[in-house]
Design a protein around this ligand. Structure first.
Ligand code: ADP
Ligand code: MG
Length: 729
């Protein structure tokens, strides 16, 4: 082992778990202590202001400037009591992550001193110098004004000494420059459309919430080993590295005992998360070595998404207390599973009903079927778009590989639900009318509730699976902002529900009874969207062929998948729901293509450096030793004996030469290919060039590096190997 590698490996091995002491209070007592939640609002605001603010939070009622001033004053008082000295607007730009700019609470007091101040104006709106955030050309740099605007529906919170105020981020001209603004619009759209449909069944419903329960997968790597791998440091993934002899084949990691250093990390993370009001619940080992998962109890989608972004930041910070680095990249290691972020999604009413779950009465179950079938329709019509919503340069490594959802969106329903839909599909119009007798609905589908409560009927290969009372969108990337998927899904479902309502109302206007009108449209939909239903093995080649025949989107190239956002049906859907305009969609796609290019570009540079500064020199040094040995053999032994004894080394010398020549030539070719691609004006075409020509070169070069790793003397190899990165904890 090279000295450096030996040192980092040895240090990593010796690391002990840090003691994490539990707070004296129980979790229920410190839960949300850093959040300006309703409890604190009630305490720090006047009765009137409290009512107005909660009305704005729950029902989207507008807030006046005066009220905002009072909210700001209350918030400031609380924050200062909690030790905060600064505040920031916290927003989600179109990069993966969050942005913040901290300002102190202080102002001149006009008497030569300072005072703590924070006004409604500062709470409501700020103007971060935002020219350096991706905007896809919406703002030229000379017109760099972007606004962050307070989102009262997500509570403010304190991290360290800073009060964080969740905000949306929009251009001077009103276009969204972030993930939160379209998410709020999509949630409003689905609320409105779903309430209308709910009223067929229950006129009391006033609001429909979209729920999100994310499951966050991640890897932990010892910080010293991480630092010795420039590729991990700069790109978040290993660009080279031969598979370890032992991987996940024994399946001994999944749900196994959690290593002590990791447990300490998880414990501290959970305590801090609970203090921030994130209802974390589940932790376990994942399939790959050093891979883990964390999941909270599901929440309203906007809040859940804030919490996911917050937890990713928290993980990065807390991992370092324990000598780890957290890897959120979708595919940090070749040959073992990558990380995803399952998005469990459902709709529920203010009357407490989960709309994607069966109920007790036939009418409940018709409502349930209505929402399931409309969701399937939305997923069917927008399957390409949904795929685009989770696609990225990093997630592309995971999709389509035989471990995670395939790069084709389909939906698994399980046996019972499939039977119900098949039954409805086969029924005739007369059956339907007799089903909808005078006493309401008499669906002759026995035991739906009982049957469906058993949700062990699972298909791990399905990207969009029904799991009892929700759908689980599994293709989302571990590093992604869930909002991207949630915007597309909620908007598409909103649009679909609106269409459904129109069709049903048209039949009712013609005199058809409500229930039979609903059933008739549902039956039509079941037939129409059948292609999206697939219960078989999503990893198989037969499915790829079958999906093609069914007309599902089977494209695998990331930059081309992004085109889905600009298809006429996508633009129409986003515009009619008021979620995104064509201009915004175009600008956002520019950002997506540009980001894609930059990611591959960085990887290509890093691999080029690694190859030429680490791999080739080390391999050559080893080769020189071998050559030396061959000459010495000649000096010591008679020629024929020496030749015989050197045969193995001669072979190795040649093998090393073959690999290093290939590497050198291809690194040069990769530089040339980049030069050509960089000249392309169109962001889309440039991204396609990077995808088609440069990305495959990374793999080809890697192949030869990995071969060298196997033959070069382990003592000379400077970079930590997979067995160290994946098994030291
Ligand atoms: P798994 O899929 O691994 O079996 P769980 O059953 O623990 O995981 O659930 C995963 C996530 O789904 C959790 O965050 C949970 O809160 C969430 N979840 C459960 N029910 C719903 C629902 N109706 N809507 C949205 N999320 C839900
Ligand atoms: Mg799950």
């Amino acid at each position: 082992m090279s000295k450096l590698r030996f040192r980092v490996v040895e240090t990593a091995f010796k690391k002990k778990a840090v003691e994490v002491s539990s707070p004296k209070e129980r979790p229920s007592e410190y839960f949300g202590m850093y959040v300006f939640n309703k409890d604190k609002m009630f305490k720090y605001l006047s009765n009137e202001v409290y009512k107005k603010l909660t009305d704005a939070m729950d029902n989207g009622a507008p807030l006046s400037r005066e009220i905002a001033d009072e909210v700001a004053a209350g918030m400031k008082k609380w924050a200062i009591e909690m030790g905060a000295t600064h505040y920031t607007h916290w927003f989600h730009p179109l990069t993966e992550g969050t942005a913040e700019k901290h300002d102190a609470f202080v102002e001149h007091n006009g008497k030569g001193g300072m005072m703590e101040s924070f006004s409604g104006k500062l709470l409501i709106q700020q103007e971060p110098d935002a020219s350096s955030f991706p905007n896809g050309g919406i703002r030229n740099t000379f017109e760099a004004r972007g606004y962050s605007a307070w989102d009262p529906s997500s509570p403010a919170f304190i991290v360290g000494d800073t009060l964080c105020i969740p905000t949306i981020f929009i251009a001077y001209t009103g276009e969204s420059l972030d993930y939160k603004a379209p998410l709020l619009k999509a949630l409003r759209a689905v609320d409105k459309a779903a309430v209308e449909v709910c009223r067929y069944f229950n006129p009391e419903v006033k609001k429909v919430y979209s729920y999100l329960g994310w499951e966050q997968e991640y890897f932990l790597v010892d910080e010293g080993l991480y630092a010795a791998r420039p590729d991990l440091l700069l790109t978040g993934r290993t660009l080279m590295g031969h598979e370890s002899s032992k991987n996940q084949q024994l399946e001994d990691h999944y749900f196994g005992a959690i290593p002590t250093r990791v447990t300490a990390f998880m414990k501290e993370l959970e305590i801090e998360a609970l203090k921030l009001g994130i209802p974390v619940k589940t932790r376990h080992n994942e399939v790959a070595p050093n891979q883990f998962e964390l999941a909270p109890i599901f929440e309203e989608c906007n809040l859940a998404n804030d919490h996911n972004l917050l937890i990713m930041a928290l993980m990065r910070k807390i991992a370092r207390h324990h000598g780890f680095r957290v890897l959120l990249h979708e595919k940090p290691f070749k040959g073992v599973n990558g990380s995803g972020k399952h998005n469990n999604w459902s709709l529920g009413t203010d009357t407490g009903i989960l709309l994607m779950g069966p109920g007790k009465t036939s009418e409940d179950n018709l409502r349930f079927i209505t929402f399931v079938v409309n969701t399937l329709m939305a997923v069917y019509h927008h399957n390409g778009l949904l795929k685009a919503s989770i696609m990225s340069a990093t997630n592309a490594h995971r999709l389509g590989a035989n471990e995670a959802p395939p790069a084709i969106i389909s939906s698994f329903l399980g046996k019972q639900l499939t039977q119900v839909l098949d039954h409805l599909e086969e029924s005739t119009k007369d059956d339907l009318i007799s089903l909808s007798g005078k006493q309401g609905l008499k669906m002759d589908i026995p035991q739906i509730p009982e049957l469906l409560i058993d949700n062990t009927d699972r298909n791990r290969t399905s990207p969009f699976a029904f799991t009892g009372n929700r759908f689980e969108f599994r293709a989302v990337g571990s590093e992604a902002n869930c909002a991207s998927a949630m915007v597309a899904l909620n908007a598409a479902v909103a649009d679909q529900l609106t269409k459904f309502k129109k069709e049903v109302d048209a039949l009712i206007d013609k005199g058809e009874p409500k229930i039979s009108a609903i059933l008739e449209i549902i039956r039509k939909y079941i037939k129409e969207c059948k292609a999206i239903r697939f219960d078989g093995n999503g990893y198989s080649d037969e499915w790829k062929e079958e999906a093609q025949r069914r007309g599902l989107d089977c494209e695998t190239s990331c930059p081309i998948i992004f085109d889905n956002y600009l298809k006429p049906e996508s633009i129409a859907m986003f515009e009619s729901t008021g979620v995104l305009t064509k201009k915004e969609l175009e600008a956002r796609n520019e950002v997506k293509w540009e980001t894609y290019t930059k990611k591959i570009q960085i990887e290509a540079r890093v691999l080029g450096d690694l190859a030429m500064n680490h791999i080739v020199p080390v391999a050559t040094e080893y080769q020189s030793k071998l050559i030396d040995n061959v000459y010495k053999m000649k000096d010591l032994f008679p020629a024929d004996k020496a030749t015989k004894m050197s045969a193995k080394n001669l072979e190795l010398i040649e093998e090393i030469a073959d690999h290093t020549i290939f590497i050198k030539e291809h690194v040069d070719a990769m530089v040339e290919a980049r030069k050509v691609a960089n000249k392309i004006e169109s962001e889309r075409e440039k991204a396609i060039a990077y995808h088609d020509t440069i990305a495959p070169m990374l793999e080809e070069i890697r192949y030869h590096i990995d071969k060298l790793e196997l033959i070069v003397d382990n003592q000379m190899w400077t970079l930590p190997k997979y067995r160290e990165l994946l098994f030291i904890r």
